[in-house]
Design a protein around this ligand. Structure first.
Ligand SMILES: Cc1cc2nc3c(=O)[nH]c(=O)nc-3n(C[C@H](O)[C@H](O)[C@H](O)COP(=O)(O)OP(=O)(O)OC[C@H]3O[C@@H](n4cnc5c(N)ncnc54)[C@H](O)[C@@H]3O)c2cc1C
Length: 503
């Protein structure tokens, strides 16, 4: 074993995604010594990285930078300044051979569906309003209550089941309430008919409908590369190609000893007073020494994830579509969404005569799709792109495949109980351990939330006490609040989302 980092750090941070780097940035700017360990040997940014292929840039999913927290927005500006673009949002749904504007424009949608289907949709909406499912538990019940069963089948069911690989009956209503919160048919109609509200009015925007967003000139990875550079310039270390394999709390030194394996199979040890972890909880609980109780290990093993792969295609530019992305609700193809990266930022392509698309497939690690050879996936994507009328296969000149493990923490029936068991065990058995971020807390959230949890954890480290309850940061921070409290939260940014412990 090669002990490279004998000196104790204020914190060892696992993961150089948005959460890990935000924590490092906050601690480093307060003069604390930190080391960030990242398993990827090439990129920082985690799921928010930008992959390069022959000068073309691919985002893992298309990352809008939008937060109701002024503090997070300001942090993005502080890190990237003028490299942050304000971009228009344009997206569509493909279903049954037709493209529908998304957010849905009710009159356009009804005219494309045809008079017969439209009448059935309106009747089923009326039926759902008259006889809603009381206390909806599943995503299906929640959406049917909001939109009616027929619209649910057309505009929610297939896509959601592609994403999760689960029936909408098995997915918790909480997911729907969080991700499409505030979006009722009434809101959709109002948004379709009334002029757009300024998207700068952050207190009142329904998240799913935001019509502009910020985006780094060279993709989201640019933000995290710049952040890592700033951490290093303040004396912090960001080490790539270091996969953390064990985390031991050492009573003698009252600190953490973290082992990481390097890309060339050496083991290095790092020491820190605190451990801030953004690695998936399932991994972390197995790594902690002394070993956690059996029921905690079982709870960790029970947490599930959904994987994501992008087939990146480079094509001759024929201006077939200018949207940022198109949801593919059509059940005749496996692709779930198509990204057009040049619409996110023109600098995502090195040559304006070409464009690059990302065909997104949702899968489980080890299933047929995940383990298909790249050449077969590229052939599948080319065929499907032609089938949904977005290009002719002959225009595709090159392609690559980007696999993302654990892209989505799954909210199944048991996840809350399992996370609770783990939290209690960690609080009982582990001192100075801070869980942050998306998989780090098993919370299905965006960058802004991941960053907020990291900022608060860093502030707890600086304060030397649990000043903030990081778990009280809601999946959507202020978005989760409603009514007066919600507006207050949106105005106050961190204050309400970040409830001080015990209050
Ligand atoms: C398809 C898709 C679209 C999205 N769109 C948006 C969007 O539009 N806007 C938005 O704000 N957010 C979006 N997100 C969410 C965003 O990607 C995440 O919220 C964010 O990346 C979470 O940051 P994190 O640091 O918590 O986790 P991650 O990004 O997952 O980073 C964790 C890091 O830890 C590293 N790691 C894991 N285990 C170890 C280990 N044992 N040792 C060392 N390193 C380890 C990983 O390699 C990774 O780099 C999207 C996500 C997906 C999947």
């Amino acid at each position: 074993m090669n002990a490279v980092n004998q000196e104790a750090n204020k914190a060892v941070i696992v993961g150089a995604g948005p959460a890990g780097l935000t924590a490092a940035y906050e601690l480093a700017r307060h003069g604390e010594r930190v080391v960030v360990l990242e398993s990827d040997s090439e990129y920082v940014g985690g799921i928010s990285r930008t992959v390069h292929y022959h000068g073309y840039r691919f985002d893992i999913g298309g990352h809008r930078f939008f937060s109701k927290s002024r503090e997070v927005e300001d942090l993005w500006t502080e890190i990237l300044g003028a490299d942050m673009l304000q971009r228009p949002r344009s997206s569509k749904i493909y279903y049954g051979g037709r493209f529908y504007a998304y957010p849905l424009k009710p009159f356009e949608a009804l005219s494309k569906l045809g008079i017969f289907e439209s009448v059935l949709c309106v009747l089923s909406f009326a039926a759902a309003r008259l006889h809603p499912t009381r206390n909806p538990q599943s995503l299906e019940d929640w959406v049917v209550n909001q939109f009616g069963r027929r619209l649910f089948r057309i505009f929610f069911k297939t896509y959601t089941e592609k994403v999760w690989g689960l029936s909408c009956k098995e997915i918790s209503a909480e997911w729907a309430a969080q991700r499409i919160k505030g979006l009722s048919l009434g809101t959709a109609i109002k948004n379709a008919l009334l002029p757009n509200k300024s998207s700068n009015d952050r207190t009142n925007v329904v998240k799913t409908l935001i019509d502009t967003f910020r985006y780094p000139r060279l993709g989201p990875g640019m933000m995290w590369e710049a952040c890592a550079k700033k951490v290093r310039s303040m004396g912090g270390e960001v080490l790539l190609g270091r996969s953390v394999v064990s985390c031991r709390f050492d009573e003698a030194s009252n600190g953490w000893a973290i082992k990481a394996s390097t890309s060339d199979a050496r083991i290095e040890e790092f020491r820190g007073e605190h451990l801030i972890s953004s690695m998936p909880i399932r991994q972390l609980v197995k790594q902690i020494e002394p070993t956690l109780p059996e029921n905690t290990l079982r709870a960790g093993n029970a947490l599930r994830y959904r994987e994501f792969l992008t087939v990146g295609l480079i094509l001759r530019e024929r201006n077939r579509f200018q949207d940022n992305w198109i949801y593919i609700h059509d059940p005749s193809v496996r692709v779930g969404r198509v990204q057009n990266y040049k619409s996110w930022s023109p600098e995502m392509v090195p040559d304006p005569n070409y464009c690059c698309y990302g065909l997104e497939y949702f899968c489980f690690e080890g299933d047929g799709l995940w383990s298909k050879p790249d050449a077969e996936l590229i052939a599948l994507a080319k065929n499907e792109l032609e089938q949904i009328q977005l290009a002719v296969a002959a225009d595709v000149i090159d392609g690559c495949v980007i696999r993302q493990r654990k892209a989505y923490p799954v909210y199944d029936d048991g996840y809350k109980r399992h996370v609770q068991i783990i939290r209690e065990a960690l609080e009982t058995h582990c001192r100075n351990l801070h869980l942050v971020g998306r998989n780090g807390m098993h919370k299905y959230n965006n960058q802004d939330h991941a960053m907020m949890t990291a900022l608060l954890a860093a502030r707890n480290v600086l304060a030397g006490e649990q000043k903030y309850d990081v778990w009280a940061v809601n999946e959507d921070g202020e978005y989760h609040e409603s009514g007066e409290a919600g507006e207050q939260a949106a105005n106050d940014g961190i204050k309400v989302a970040a409830t001080p412990a015990g209050s």
